[in-house]
Design a protein around this ligand. Structure first.
Ligand code: NDP
Length: 247
């Protein structure tokens, strides 16, 4: 029996990278998928691929930091799929700079997308899950939210905040049969890390006991576990997928 058969999953930033891997993994395990992204063209390509696994899939354009857009798109997803069983808050960006050089714009944009975006979606979908008396929220944080990192004050603050949201909302919603967990990926090969210089990549690898980068699939496997009943007694948890980097 597929692990999430018949469930409806909404994945933010689902067009590419880790979000696409999570959407694909959930689709292969029987879930219908709403692929949300700022890039509708890429999201549409991903949704088309997902239909190849025999599930319903639809692309939606949305900027997670825009509260009214989020509320409207969540209504559109419910109109189309009738319910939302799994929310994956995955959309995220970096705007790296040393603290003393970091601009207010770099700070604000990262907090707006990585942190407020999670608030926006969790609030809008949380209401629906409470009414359903069932639901599952998975937040993609980062090891940088646990460890900190030079030149990533904005990013680490946003990702530590995501862990705080995860624990608070897990406490609020547990009695309504809604679980909320976080995944902290380490150094994963995607467009986000492709743009790092070779020197930075070498430095990061030196910190990883496993001595390799992870893949989006490694993160998707943890998300699948959290999305399925295999983890039915787990809520408020943070799972690292990092080859031992933040231990
Ligand atoms: P990518 O940049 O490859 O993918 C992110 C996706 O989110 C893109 O499709 C992007 O669209 C979309 N997106 C960006 N901004 C918004 C927005 N405002 N609203 C909706 N969608 C948006 O990133 P990854 O797959 O690497 O990262 C996914 C998540 O995993 C992020 O939260 C990231 O912080 C986290 N993470 C990644 C790690 C890594 O090593 N890669 C490590 C730890 C955590 P577009 O490309 O058009 O901007």
């Amino acid at each position: 029996m597929p692990l999430v058969a018949g469930k409806v999953a909404l994945v933010t930033g689902g067009a590419q990278g880790i979000g696409e891997a999570i959407a694909t993994t959930l689709a292969k395990e029987g879930a219908s998928i709403a692929v949300l992204d700022v890039n509708l063209e890429k999201a549409t390509e991903t949704a088309n691929k997902l239909r190849g696994f025999g599930v319903a899939a639809e692309a939606f354009k949305c900027d997670v930091s825009n509260t009214s857009e989020v509320e409207a798109v969540v209504n559109n997803v419910v109109d189309k799929f009738k319910r939302i069983d799994i929310l994956v808050n995955n959309a995220g960006i970096t705007r790296d700079n040393l603290l003393i050089r970091m601009t207010e714009q770099e700070w604000d944009l990262v907090i707006a997308i990585n942190l407020k975006g999670v608030f926006n979606f969790t609030r809008a979908v949380g209401k629906i899950m409470m009414k359903q008396r069932a639901g599952n929220i998975i937040n993609i944080s980062s090891v940088i939210g646990l460890m900190g990192n030079a030149a990533q004050t904005n990013y680490s603050a946003s990702k530590a905040g995501v862990i705080g949201i995860t624990k608070s909302v897990a406490k609020e919603l547990a009695s309504r049969n809604v679980r909320v967990n976080a995944v902290c990926p380490g150094y994963i090969q995607t467009a986000m890390t492709d743009k790092l210089s070779e020197e930075v990549k070498e430095k990061m690898l030196a910190f990883i006991p496993a001595k390799t980068m992870g893949t989006p699939q490694d993160v998707a496997n943890a998300a699948l576990f959290l999305a399925s009943d295999l983890s039915s007694y787990i809520t408020g948890e943070t799972i690292r997928v990092d080859g031992g980097m933040a231990m």
